[in-house]
Ligand binder design. Sequence first.
Ligand SMILES: Nc1ncnc2c1ncn2[C@@H]1O[C@H](COP(=O)(O)OP(=O)(O)OP(=O)(O)O)[C@@H](O)[C@H]1O
Length: 308
Amino acid sequence: MDAPPSVRARGITKYFGEVVALDSVDLDVAPGQVHGLVGPNGAGKTTLLGLLLGLAVPDRGDLEILGTPVGRALAVPDGVAGFVDGPGLYPSMTAKQNLAALARLRGDRTTSIDDAIDQVGLTDVADDRVRGFSLGMRQRLGLAAALLTKPRLLILDEPSNGLDPAGKKHVYGVLTRLAADGTAVMLSSHRMDDVEALCSEVTILSTGRVAFSGPISKLASEDSELDYRVRTSDPAVARRIARETKGIRLRDQEPDSVELLVISSAVPALDEFVKRLVRDDIAVRELAPVVSPLEAAFIALTEQQETN
Ligand SMILES: Nc1ncnc2c1ncn2[C@@H]1O[C@H](COP(=O)(O)OP(=O)(O)OP(=O)(O)O)[C@@H](O)[C@H]1O
């Protein structure tokens, strides 16, 4: 039998007094999916992740976690682990002692503490007190604590906060391997590039409402216009060809000699432009969107919601 959806939310609404933090949110997360949650400050991301972790209950709507309906009692649903607003750690204990204490609290005689510490790359500092840990090291230790429970749904609020590029690569490797083994991962981030690198699906929240939820590939259609940076071996001729290609708009007023062109185009016109460059023996040295499709969709969708 197929595994049930890791998250199935329908019409989730959550109030804080007069504030509608979540407004009729629908969400589907499948096992093995890394699902990104993005939105401006105050959009409701932490509130939604908190509901999935059982830290609060919705005022309205139906929420099923790993196939089980969530009731009215506050409790971490079985099979779920993670943290919002940073992991809860004991500063005066070492990394290893923290994990041992958490395991004891759960009545778990786990022997996998060293393995969890190793997975997040903290073996060298396992016996150091957490008080001296950087934000990135705390985030990694929080992830190790979550890994101890072997979750089937992992919830992480801004997991890349404070991580240096190497730390990020390490943590993302852990998350990707977990997902490949069937764990669903739901994470919030303000970094669209991270979400694009890691997530197959994304939910964009704006003032508590879902502006988009689904595969990242569905965000930008072939017909959506994006701005692209273009660097070629002959900028003057490339500018002329850009002016002559239907559907391409030059976005800058620079002289012909300036190496970098910025054009606006949908995919079919961009294809035509590149073909013409190649026919004229011009090498394309760089061609990339100025902002990623996710970032462009994020800005457009949230601006649209804010004017409604
Ligand atoms: N405990 C609370 N009491 C009162 N209002 C709250 C509480 N928690 C959240 N809110 C309000 O609910 C809304 C959603 O907040 P939430 O923290 O979920 O947003 P967010 O998307 O995580 O924001 P950020 O990106 O800044 O972390 C905001 O208007 C916030 O002020």
